[in-house]
Design a protein around this ligand. Structure first.
Ligand code: SAM
Ligand code: SF4
Length: 345
């Protein structure tokens, strides 16, 4: 590998992160912890164990890795986990990421439990958009899904986020057949009243307890049907950003709702995202069964010693190996060894 050529790529972004199918990767999901305050049935096991802290990347390691990724064309970051608000000093890390050359936008996905305490700090750190995961407005259903209490704290967190003045607040709700049907209309009414953008996500085979089955997937089309019976016909909106997995629809009387349908309508052909796990592994897909070990490079466990050039090469290799599609529902589909909370959703 020619170090000068590598540096050239890193400095000016030429070369880009283009895979074998021509998809250009500009978005990186960064998981900052695998720990969480909840134990959602579709994500974590009740008896979850976590990586020792020493195995998670430090702030400096995250910043170095993302700097290299930005040099290759990454423009947007989403911070996730586990529950990212559990990471000590998160606002400082976000401020560092926001300041990196080439990074246009940093957003975050949280379960909202600690948001009341951190909303202003995060906004001041430069976070522009925030996604709060919320599947139900009823305490007993919240508890059944999350296997912990906390609805009142999530609602307080949302109110604090609103006061803090984020550019956009989105609510993510996972749809599971037999579990969330009755939550859909109340959630939509709440979001319409509060000015939050609601998005429904189909249940994916990434639950740690491996109970997922195709029958449990409540499709986006079915959720839309439930909404239309209550609120009248929804109208599809034109796709503005093709890399955006959500398809947005509009209520006839204004306001919108989005659907992320990775199972019934995979969007792999326009996927522009890569992932970095809390323990420093690059992944090219949620369903990737291979990982590329950035931590080993950062900690000098691999040669050669030119860390940035080696990280760049590693990320390019990760992108080059990306498959055409996740393959859910196909005969040879293989679940990844790690569950959602260990990857970063
Ligand atoms: N703890 C944070 C939260 O819940 O927002 C961030 C991490 S969580 C893994 C990110 C998103 O993934 C959440 O919106 C969550 O609902 C979603 N999620 C988790 N497991 C899922 C699954 N099996 N299928 C679909 N979405 C899932
Ligand atoms: Fe925690 Fe988020 Fe997973 Fe729920 S979905 S267990 S809040 S990481």
């Amino acid at each position: 590998m020619n170090g000068q050529v590598e540096s050239g790529h890193i400095e000016n972004g030429r070369g880009g992160l283009v895979d074998g199918f021509g998809r250009v990767h500009t978005d990186l999901r960064v998981s900052v912890t695998d720990r969480c305050t909840l134990r959602c049935t579709y994500c974590m096991p009740l008896d979850a164990t976590f990586k020792p802290r020493a195995e998670l990347l430090t702030d400096d390691e995250f910043l170095r890795t993302v700097r290299v990724a930005a040099g290759l064309g990454i423009r947007t970051l989403r911070i996730t986990g586990g529950e990212p608000l559990l990471r000590p000093g998160l606002a400082g890390l976000i401020a560092g990421l926001v300041a990196l050359p080439g990074i246009d936008e940093v957003s975050l996905t949280t379960n909202g439990l600690l948001l009341r305490e951190q909303a202003v700090l995060l906004r001041d750190a430069g976070l522009c958009r925030i996604n709060v995961s919320l599947d139900s407005l009823r305490e007993e259903v919240f508890r059944k899904i999350a296997r912990a209490d906390g609805l009142d704290r999530v609602l307080a967190g949302l109110a604090a986020a609103k006061r803090a003045g984020f550019r956009e607040i989105r609510i993510n709700a996972v749809s599971v057949r037999g579990l969330t049907e009755n939550e859909i209309v109340p959630l939509a009414a709440f979001c319409r009243d509060e000015g939050f953008h609601l998005r429904f996500i189909e249940f994916m085979p990434l639950d740690a307890e491996t109970k997922w089955s195709g029958e449990q997937v409540l499709s986006g089309a079915e959720v839309r049907g439930i909404l239309e019976r209550e609120f009248g016909a929804l109208l599809p909106l034109p796709v503005i950003d093709p890399g955006q997995p959500a398809i947005d629809w509009r209520f006839a009387d204004g306001g919108g709702v989005g659907f992320i349908d990775p199972v019934s309508h995979p969007f792999c052909d326009r996927c522009d995202r890569l992932r970095l796990t809390a323990d420093g592994q690059f992944r090219n897909c949620l369903f990737s069964t291979t990982e590329w070990d950035a931590r080993a490079v950062l900690r000098g466990e691999t040669l050669p010693a030119d860390v940035d050039a080696t990280l760049a090469e590693l990320l390019r290799g990760c992108v080059a190996a990306k498959r055409a599609a996740h393959g859910i529902g196909e005969m040879d589909f293989q679940r990844p060894a790690r569950a959602m909370y260990q990857i970063g959703g």
